[in-house]
Design a protein around this ligand. Structure first.
Ligand SMILES: *Cc1c(COP(=O)(O)O)cnc(C)c1O
Length: 420
């Protein structure tokens, strides 16, 4: 017990010291004594088939739905896996690593000078830790006290249409969400308990107050302002757009389209707020964020993932994704009564999608039945509902090479089998 709290206290002070830049320069302890070639030993036992999922009896699926956390998010670039493996070969001070990774990310993204970044275990963790940092500042007693808000501010203002399941991470700090719809209601809601204003980027179109006006209102009232843009790359420029717009904190998922480590995310924001978020997060014990551990592999992986993501030809990728959909379209349109159309959601999963419709008097099958048959086919295929459109909708940005052909074959087989 005693040891524990001593370690905890040391960890806390260590981070404060690291951030202040007073920690001793690390010696290159492990620079030469590890053999990088040791990585590819043959696996025996579990994993020896190359597909550990199959060994557990869990079916892997072809993903036409996109970056869904429930399906595993996205698949990492091979170079990312290699760098994460390297990260797993050394011990390092996690707070020191967090600070160094954050400043590398800030310079890669060319963030404004008073901005930094923190690698978290996901966008949800970034929301919680970011808000926790605003509530507690660098006060250790307050950090320990959360979610008991005695002595702290206790309200976060949000537009009613921006409420979504992820605001649980804001509520977990103990705050109360105050819902408003109009600017007048906003003005009436501001008081001395107001800690933050929250914006859900995907809901921009749904709310009366748009993304730029929201941050303007925040500045006028001197209230910190957060934008949850978890799934809102591409376009890649979103990684810096909202910081440039003046948002104090912005959150992104690492494990969605950025194709970073699955259990990683980014908190981008004002340096002091990012520091206070880290103090409320793992590895610091007796903090709300201790349950959101982020490992050295994820921190290193997130830096690499952003480097890879920034250097990608995003126009060429979008074209490749569209070409795949058109290939599937050509195949399934051969079935009488089937039609397709294309769309790109304005925000969140801003990638080519294809809507698939059929005349149910000619093809005797409901979209729901088609989805079930595809899920049960071999290989199994997961395809979405129509994103508030009738029929089925698919995207192709999480497909692996050749899987578009399989999808085209299976889908046209299933449709054809039900032609009246
Ligand atoms: C996915 C998502 C999150 C959570 O992101 P994680 O990286 O999985 O923690 C939060 N907000 C929105 C809008 C999301 O789409």
């Amino acid at each position: 017990m005693r040891l524990n709290s001593k370690w905890n206290r040391r960890g806390f002070l260590g981070t404060v010291a690291t951030i202040a830049g007073v920690m001793l320069t690390p010696r290159k302890l492990f620079a030469t004594n590890r053999n990088a070639a040791g990585a590819s030993k043959t696996v025996t036992g579990f994993g020896q088939t190359g597909n550990p999922y199959q060994e557990l009896g869990v079916t892997t699926v072809i993903n036409c739905e996109g970056t869904m956390t429930v399906l595993g998010g996205s698949l990492p670039h091979p170079e990312l896996e290699a760098v994460m493996t390297m990260a797993g070969r050394h011990f390092v001070s996690i707070p020191e690593l967090e600070v160094a990774a954050g400043s590398r990310i800030a310079s890669m993204l060319k963030l404004p000078p008073d901005y930094s970044a923190l690698v978290t275990s996901g966008a949800a963790a970034a929301m919680q830790s970011g808000l926790a940092g605003i509530l507690t500042g660098g006060n250790e007693a307050l950090i320990r006290q959360l979610p008991d808000l005695t002595g702290m501010k206790s309200e976060v203002i949000i537009q009613k249409s921006h409420r979504n399941p992820f605001d649980h991470q804001l509520r977990s700090t103990g705050i109360r969400l105050v819902e408003i719809e109009t600017v007048d209601q906003f003005r009436a809601a501001v008081n001395e308990r107001t800690a933050m204003m929250h914006f859900s980027n995907f809901a921009n179109a749904a709310g009366q107050i748009k993304v730029d006006e929201w941050v303007r209102l925040a500045k006028q009232n001197n209230i910190p302002c957060m934008n949850d843009a978890a799934a809102d790359t591409p376009p890649v420029s979103h990684l810096w757009d909202y910081a440039n717009m003046g948002y104090d904190l912005i959150t992104f998922s690492g494990g969605k389209a950025i194709r970073g480590p699955q259990c990683a995310g980014l908190l981008i924001g004002r340096k002091e707020m990012v520091t206070n978020a880290l103090l409320n997060n793992s590895p610091h014990e007796d903090t709300l964020g201790r349950s959101q551990k982020v490992g050295k592999e994820e921190i290193i992986g997130m830096v690499k993932a952003l480097e890879l993501f920034l250097s990608e030809d995003h126009d060429a990728l979008a074209k490749q994704w569209q070409d795949r959909l058109e290939g599937v379209s050509r195949e399934i349109m051969k079935v009488p009564g089937v039609s397709t159309s294309f769309f790109v959601p304005d925000i969140a999963n801003h990638v080519p999608h294809m809507q698939i419709l059929w005349d149910e008097t000619r093809v005797k099958l409901t979209p729901e039945e088609a989805r079930k048959l595809l899920r049960a086919s071999k290989p199994a295929i997961v395809i979405g509902e129509g994103e508030e459109r009738p029929g089925l909708a698919m995207n192709s940005f999480m497909l692996q090479p050749g899987e578009d052909k399989i999808v085209a074959e299976q889908l046209s087989r299933i449709l054809r089998e039900h032609v009246a």
